[in-house]
Design a protein around this ligand. Structure first.
Ligand SMILES: NC(=O)c1ccc[n+]([C@@H]2O[C@H](COP(=O)([O-])OP(=O)(O)OC[C@H]3O[C@@H](n4cnc5c(N)ncnc54)[C@H](O)[C@@H]3O)[C@@H](O)[C@H]2O)c1
Length: 254
């Protein structure tokens, strides 16, 4: 599948115990990187590491809630302590929040979605970057969404948080472009993760409607999103920074 060689690299993946994050962690390991999975789900995180190691890869798990700065600091410190450096990070941890008309929307949901998606990515970069500078450079990919570049009715917190990710990706890219760190975002369309399959089981008409809005009329696979993250981290993307890259079956072309 992948032709990248990350055998001298250390990669950290937040939210790496499930869905797109897990697919990315596996793809990094297959490409030779040593991987730190920084995720909330302890059982799922350990299982992901064990599966990677059983397949001949190198991975470790650090229980990490990205709302907690100390946990992010510990995850980055683990990369340096266990593997000596941090070169690459894919910040996947994300919260969806509820869909609700504005006049019924909850401030608690707003605060939590912003804490995970916006502040979580900001805090992650804030601690990943010094470690990458110490390693002589690096690359970061932040998981935004088609809703980082387009609106969606009744999904304000998610949409605002994903736009925030695009904005901070551009700003941090500008800040570190001359210091060897590239920062990009993936604006993913609807992706066939376990979470999305669960939603499909509960509200099939909503998910079918979402898929129908994508010109390719199908979901992305987790591996298609992971492959883009790996490419953005690779030397082949060496002149790409500050870019929100749509991987969306044509959604944003409309
Ligand atoms: N699935 C999709 O259709 C889709 C589309 C566009 C963007 N995305 C984004 O991709 C990323 C991954 O989403 P997914 O669909 O693979 O999984 P998901 O939406 O089911 O869960 C996201 C991941 O983040 C983790 N997470 C949630 N809150 C966390 C916290 N406070 N601290 C640490 N980890 C936390 C979860 O455990 C999970 O691993 C998210 O940022 C999501 O917004 C997903």
């Amino acid at each position: 599948m992948t032709t990248h060689d990350f055998s001298d690299k250390v990669a950290l993946v937040t939210g790496g115990s499930a869905g797109i994050g897990l697919a990315t962690a596996r793809a990094f390991a297959r490409a030779g990187a040593r991987v730190v999975i920084a995720a909330r789900g302890v059982e799922a995180g350990r299982a992901a590491c064990n599966a990677i190691m059983a397949a001949g890869g190198v991975a470790s798990f650090v229980a990490t809630d990205v709302r907690d700065e100390a946990a992010i600091i510990a995850a980055v410190a683990h990369a340096r302590d266990a593997y000596g450096r941090l070169d690459l990070a894919v910040n996947c941890a994300g919260a969806g929040g509820d869909m609700a008309p504005l006049e019924h929307a909850s401030q608690a949901v707003w605060d939590d979605v912003m804490a995970v998606n916006a502040r979580g990515v900001w805090l992650s970069m804030r601690h990943e970057i010094p470690a990458m500078l110490a390693a002589g450079g690096g690359a970061i990919v932040n998981m935004s969404s088609i809703y980082g570049l387009a609106g969606r009715a009744a999904h304000h917190a998610y949409v605002a948080s994903k736009h925030a990710i695009v904005g901070m990706t551009r700003s941090v890219a500008l800040e570190y472009a001359a210091r060897g760190i590239r920062v990009n975002a993936i604006c993913a369309g609807v992706t066939a993760t376990p979470g999305m399959r669960q939603a499909e089981a509960v509200v099939p008409e909503v998910v079918a409607g979402l898929v129908a809005e994508h010109p390719m009329k199908r979901m992305a696979t987790e591996d298609e999103i992971a492959a883009t993250a790996l490419w953005l981290c690779s030397a082949g993307a060496g002149y790409v920074t500050g870019t929100p890259l749509a991987v969306d079956g044509g959604f944003l072309a409309a």
